[in-house]
Design a protein around this ligand. Sequence first.
Ligand code: SAM
Length: 209
Amino acid sequence: MEMQNKIVVVGIGPGNPDYIVPKGLKAIEQAKFLVGGRRALNQFAVDGQETCPITADIQGVMDFIRAKVKLDHVVAMVSGDPGYYSLLDALRREFPAEQITVIPGISAMQYAFARLVLPWHDATLASFHGRTPAAQDIAYKQGKILGLLTDSKYNSQTIAEILLQAGWPKTQTMYICSRLSYDDETVVTTTLGEAINQPAVSHCILIIA
Ligand SMILES: C[S@@+](CC[C@H](N)C(=O)[O-])C[C@H]1O[C@@H](n2cnc3c(N)ncnc32)[C@H](O)[C@@H]1O
């Protein structure tokens, strides 16, 4: 009965399994069909599950889910929170919302603010992960707090340059938050002026505050 089976999208948090909610973990453990990045599959898949790695071939992943959801629930693991730049966008384009259930996770962005003991209710959040934010989102305003996703092209160095061009002062503090929640997590405190001359850090969270 195809429509009774669900695609359960589980946010697995910033990386360390201690930060996944119990309901998400249970859904993953009980899944017959499990989709996720290779690292997540290595970490969470158990014997007897049929798995499908999320690769650049997103259509292949969609085909797997479409075929398997006819047989049972399919659990898809995504990093952080599913509502924040994840496979959920593509799933919403392919499947009706009624067929999808989301189990939220702790976003790397949330974790970064927690790590810095900073409230994030007044922060402007934007993504440089495979995209560039709207100019007004990153424009300078005194007291503004920015939280930014990065990738390898848009990293601590290139983003610092972009922010200086957007009017931010060289003395502005920037926190470079890498490998959040893992044992080798680092948070480096620097300034925009210094960051342009330091080695680039990618796939991190940048907090400008
Ligand atoms: C496509 S986004 C996914 C965001 C995810 N859905 C979330 O809520 O955290 C990937 C980006 O998130 C950030 N990120 C994810 N996990 C991280 C971690 N453990 N430490 C630092 N940044 C992380 C990096 O900027 C990375 O390039």
